[in-house]
Write a protein that binds this ligand. Sequence first.
Ligand SMILES: [Zn+2]
Length: 180
Amino acid sequence: MKMLNVNQISPIKGYTLFLNKTEEWVTTVLQNVLPFKKFDLESIQGKMNFLRTNLNIDIDAKISFVHYPCCARCGKEIETHENINFTAHLAPLHEDERSKKHHKEDELELTRDDLDFCFYENDSIDLESLLNDEIALELKYNYYCQDSEKCQLIQTNNPHITLNDTVDPRWAPLKKLKMN
Ligand SMILES: [Zn+2]
């Protein structure tokens, strides 16, 4: 878990964190968030700028990387360049404030403008989960080949892949177990 103590952020100069392959937590995030977990380590580039106004933190960040999701139609790997920009606004959450908010739930109602607003606790920002959430929001649900001519459906002669079949051969061993 990568935490940033807010006291590291200068109220005058702010703080900049560069994102690249040397930041192990960034590669951990990519491994967790990318559906096919395959990415180019060397391609990771980005930075997070932090500004502090009293205890409120503004984050302006960008990250780019190359990953290789599989086409949802034919299963071929597609080299995909992602360029993700995001901003976040954080305020401290204190123990007493949390219980107060719990009792006055109507005060917690968030509007659309508040969607990039969140809290941090114990003077530390959890950068790992922040980056994880921001990347997850930007990724596509499915990836498809750009060139539809080259996008061929998977051959059906593979015994482990069934199309329009009511019985999946992979379940056969399980079925046997059940009968014994
Ligand atoms: Zn395809």
